[in-house]
Design a protein around this ligand. Structure first.
Ligand code: B16
Ligand code: MG
Length: 226
């Protein structure tokens, strides 16, 4: 990938950017919370966006003021994930968020290196389900990193895998922690969602339908049409 060196790299978060898996995370966490007698609603689920599975369970148990053995903690992590995977199993291309594939196709046509940078350990499976895996040169996910967002590790690793300079990378993110991670990596951050929430992003859009191709062109250096 030496040829990527002076190019612009694009890095996409998964949940909330490419697909809305937050609703399935919510259902699975809600099932576990009900079982444990912990009150949990969709507002509480906001705190779980972009946050690792382990940290989500820690937050849930703090909400219920429960302290448990390591073994029990691991068992609940497995239980939540098995429940979540039942929803993921049914996913298909119809769940790709509007205009995401249009942007991926455009960048692919321009030979732009693209990576996924997600906290999810299920990222590859989800991309396979919605048939977008082939757009990405590399997948950096919850299995690859040791530090969770807002640490920049996930995005710096993605840039290294693409062999693109970090300062030449553009990151699409829907979580506050993800924007902080992109900014810490000295990348250009694009917030997808409410600008009042993602106020630290360099650019803000509610979703990909608001992003025109001319804006992407301005962000791109040294590309070539495939
Ligand atoms: P998993 P992202 C994140 O995905 C989700 O936003 C977050 O809610 C979830 O807890 C995390 O993945 C871990 O997911 O349980 O599948 O490993 O937004 O970083 O793509
Ligand atoms: Mg996200």
């Amino acid at each position: 990938m030496q040829e990527n060196r002076n190019k612009t790299g694009f890095i996409f978060d998964l949940d909330g950017v490419i697909v809305d898996t937050a609703k399935y995370h919510y259902l699975a966490w809600k099932n576990l919370a009900d079982e444990l007698g912990i009150k949990f609603n969709e507002d509480d689920n906001e705190k779980f966006k972009g946050v690792s599975r382990k940290r989500c369970l820690e937050i849930l148990l703090e909400m219920g003021e429960l302290s448990v053995s390591e073994q029990q903690f691991e068992a609940w992590l497995v239980e939540k994930n098995e429940d979540y995977l039942k929803y993921i199993e049914k996913m298909d291309q119809t769940e790709i968020l509007p205009d995401v594939e249009k942007v991926l196709q455009y960048l692919k046509k321009r030979n732009i290196p693209m990576a996924l940078g997600s906290a999810s350990k299920n990222a590859r499976l989800i991309l396979e389900k919605v048939r977008l895996l082939s757009y990405f040169e590399t997948i950096v996910d919850g299995n690859s990193v040791t530090q969770a967002k807002p640490d920049p590790e996930v995005f710096l690793m993605a840039a290294a895998h693409l062999n693109v300079e970090a300062s030449n990378c553009i990151v699409f993110e829907d979580a506050v922690a993800g924007i902080a991670a992109a900014n810490a990596a000295e990348m250009t951050s694009i917030g997808i969602g409410a600008s009042s929430v993602l106020s630290e992003a360099d650019h803000n859009y509610n979703d990909f339908t608001e992003i025109d191709l001319a804006f992407l062109d301005k962000l791109i250096i040294n590309s070539s049409i495939a």
